[in-house]
Write a protein that binds this ligand. Sequence first.
Ligand SMILES: [Zn+2]
Ligand SMILES: [Zn+2]
Length: 192
Amino acid sequence: MANLEDLLRASAALHRHLCPRQVLGVRMGLLAGQALPLELPRDDKRLLVFVETDGCVVDGVSVSAGCYVGHRTLRVIDQGKVAATFLDTSTGHAIRIAPQPGIRERAAMYAPHEQSRWHTQLLGYQRMPDDELFHLQTVVLTISLEKLLSKPGHRAICAACGEEVLNEREIVKDGVTLCRACAGEGYYQAAS
Ligand SMILES: [Zn+2]
Ligand SMILES: [Zn+2]
């Protein structure tokens, strides 16, 4: 299993600097590997990770778990939390890892001589034991994994705009296949 320093270096390279939330992300992945247990980082699609915010923590989780949006092995479910659920898709076993309340303050006990709170967190989060840093729980998914992953190669064409829709994300209304935007679920509209 990869060690913390190597993973932090890899995460910093991806992120262009090292920051406290990447440390949390890397350590979440390391802890998930021990808890499931599963050899991480993966280079296959066995592990699926749900990260509950975008930003720095995602890069740390990606590097330590070997899971990426581009590989369809990591999804951002944006709930504004630095937390993640790790699902072993071959056993169905899932664990959610979230920081313990108050870790920002407690980091100072592990890095008392740093020049700023940011530096204290950066180093403290590397040194704190897992159980002081994180809360871990076994969970079950309430969403359909089958629907989420869909079938490789599945494609539909929207009858209204003609654009291609992957992964069964189309909507069939009165027998007409539509993309979400044309079905009224868009996140944009044409600028006038
Ligand atoms: Zn950052
Ligand atoms: Zn459309």
